[in-house]
Ligand binder design. Sequence first.
Ligand SMILES: Cc1ncc(COP(=O)(O)O)c(C=O)c1O
Length: 339
Amino acid sequence: MENIDWGKLPFGYFKTDYNVRCYNKNGKWGEIEISSSEYINLHIAATCLHYGQECFEGMKVFRGKDGKIRVFRWEENAKRMQRSCEGIMMAQPPLELFREMMIKVIKLNEKYIPPPGLGAALYLRPLTIGSGPQVGVKPAEEYMFMIFAGPVGPYFKEGFNPVNVQIVRDYDRTAPHGTGHIKVGGNYAASLKPADRAKKEGFSTVLFVDSKENKYLDEAGPANFFGIKGNIYVTPDSKTILPSITNMSLRELAKDMGMKVEMRAVPVEELEEFDEAGACGTAAVISPIKRIVDRETGKEYTYCCNGEAGPISTRLFKTLKGIQEGEIEDKFGWNMIIE
Ligand SMILES: Cc1ncc(COP(=O)(O)O)c(C=O)c1O
């Protein structure tokens, strides 16, 4: 452990000691298994391999200066995983099973929870897959739910520094009545090419527009978009956007700060009216945006004119991080403390 440079951790895979697994066979969840293997033994005809029966979650565990271990809003992740499973006809891990496995995997890997103050955390990756075989296109009859864990640093190498984002219109992350609202692997497969191209063209991430009319803002890569207009927090509402738990929390914080919150269709041109813009999600909390370039039209929108995040994004970021790390009173009851 002495060898981990906590302050320089990337946002990536890190081998830890244990993961936990549970199988659903004949409609019933079995016993929780603890594994120290990084591999799963999978049937060659498992539906996750052929028909994309796969969904995942991403959540963070923090060690506070008070030494306490906190998990942020785990129930929201557990409920979202249930909705994802429901959406692609997989067995849904019950909340109690999710909770028990989550506590187990945290305790088993406790030494990998980074010390406070470095922007690092223990990342949990819950995963449900269709593990049973099918050759015809049908849901599996067996599922595996697992959680693995690993310490991570910030998602964007820029940290809380403003990033450049590219609007893409020639790729869709999801179809209008597709699976954008749930966290299934196929959505991410569809986002890889535009994201890779955007990186090569000098951007941190992409900003998708709605796939039906190509008019409204959709997801900001693997994060939700928000804009600040005066005293209003604006975020797109769409059936193709994943309901972000970070965004949900920021909306509550914004209201608590006396701001108005608008969740509605946001036309691309409205980008011109925002004082601040950002992407939000578990990985980075908030990535302030300094420049948005529309790849098709070449039109540019700029924010953070002094090179720094705007005052409202900064306040929201600090408040949410402060709550997660136990520095600010958790008056909403968002944290669970792992004893
Ligand atoms: C497509 C997408 N949108 C938004 C988010 C942000 O959601 P959350 O704040 O729950 O991490 C994520 C990450 O989970 C994501 O993958």
